[in-house]
Design a protein around this ligand. Structure first.
Ligand SMILES: [Zn+2]
Length: 386
């Protein structure tokens, strides 16, 4: 068998009410001064209160940084690092969606004496050492950021850049589906499709897919596709919420090892330039990138179609089976009412050339795509998605 490498977060707590494990996990990491890194939306939704109470009830003093914004710019990350240092915290708790968790990881890495400047840690493996311990608590079922060693920040005005390092893995991920009960249907749909894309792109990754990431991706996709409709139509259904959170976590573990490809590469400029939420960006370009990839990825798409028991058509070729997967996912996206065209969210038709140019900067991701992709290909995909 081919050699492979797989790595994930060492400690996972999963299940309704597992937030109660937080103080014990902080103590196990020999820390006592936590800072919560989150955004105003989480505070306003009342999600920080139970976390704060859990910590205060355990006698812990809590610092709070709640100024994270979507597509976090460097300025905000640097502010959070200053806040952590000034408060003398010894552990960082990330609470929220991908932006808050990604920010928390970088804050933990750099809020220590002698840390590298932020500008030096972009790319793969540039972060030299581990910083403060980190506990990550997701409130969406999408990014899987709680189990990945990746942070995506916005550099300059519009470019999304990734920091990838094993030192960004959290020490503990704490996944309580009760925290996701209040997610609106539109966010549930978009973040759920993002998680599906993580599973699909991990499964079709050109360099690092392996038996463990494959197994995780298949189970993730099964959980996500069978529960997304219920999670959207009946948000208080804890079983559906639990399945979505488990699915997004498994997909996160898969793509933390077998990184994502062109769907994400083409999604990022929509976030960087137009601030389209990450999940929605992925949902919009997914079918068109998959169609482009079909000729190279047909055997793998067909395997996924079989694993998901996608209904068969009259034709039995591998390509036909792969097409059935694409059609099935598109139908699911329609059912959960995700916007299906760039023009529906206000993107102008003449924006596609700028988007294509920006997508080509995502070389770290494009190299994982099952099929080579040029700027002209990217533009054709955006035009189709428009
Ligand atoms: Zn994603």
């Amino acid at each position: 068998m081919k050699k492979f490498f797989f790595q994930t977060v060492p400690v996972l707590h999963f299940g309704e009410g597992c937030l109660a494990e937080l103080p014990g996990q902080i103590a196990a990491l020999r820390a006592s001064r936590p800072m919560i890194v989150t955004d105003r939306g989480i505070v306003d939704a009342g999600l920080i209160a139970p976390v704060e109470q859990t910590l205060r009830a355990a006698g812990l003093e809590v610092a709070i940084f709640d100024s994270v914004v979507a597509d976090p710019p460097e300025k905000i990350v640097l502010q959070a690092i200053d806040t952590a240092k000034a408060a003398g915290v010894d552990i960082v708790i990330g609470l929220g969606g991908g932006s808050s968790l990604d920010t928390a990881k970088v804050v933990a890495a750099l809020a220590v004496d002698g840390a590298q400047p932020l500008a030096e840690i972009y790319g793969v493996g540039a972060l030299a050492r581990k910083g403060l311990p980190t506990i990550l608590i997701p409130t969406t079922s999408g990014t899987g950021s709680e189990v990945t060693a990746i942070s995506i920040l916005t550099t300059g005005e519009t470019t999304k850049a990734g920091i990838v390092s094993p030192y960004l893995f959290a020490d503990v991920a704490l996944l309580d589906p009760a925290l996701t009960l209040g997610l609106p249907a539109a966010v549930t749909a978009a973040t759920g499709i993002d998680a599906m894309v993580h599973a699909i792109e991990a499964f079709t990754g050109r360099h690092a897919k392996n038996p463990v990431s494959d197994m995780l991706a298949i189970e993730a996709l099964r959980l996500l596709t069978t529960n997304i409709e219920t999670a959207c139509s009946d948000g208080s259904n804890i079983a559906a919420r639990e399945a979505m959170l488990r699915g997004s976590m498994l997909a996160g573990q898969a793509f933390a090892n077998s990184p994502v490809g062109a769907i994400h590469a083409l999604a990022y400029p929509l976030g960087g330039i137009y601030h389209v939420p990450h999940g929605l960006s992925n949902a919009l370009v997914m079918p068109y990138v998959m169609q482009y990839n079909l000729e190279a990825a047909a055997p793998l798409y067909a395997q996924l179609a079989d694993a998901l028991n996608v209904p068969r058509g009259s034709e039995n070729s591998e390509e036909a089976r792969a097409q059935q997967l694409i059609d099935y996912l598109e139908a699911l996206a329609v059912k959960v009412k995700a916007p299906r065209k760039l023009r529906e969210i206000g993107i102008k038709q003449d924006a596609t050339s700028e988007l294509a140019e920006a997508a080509m900067l995502q070389t770290r991701l494009l190299m994982n795509n099952p099929k080579e992709l040029t700027q002209a290909d990217a533009q054709r995909i955006y035009d189709a998605a428009w």
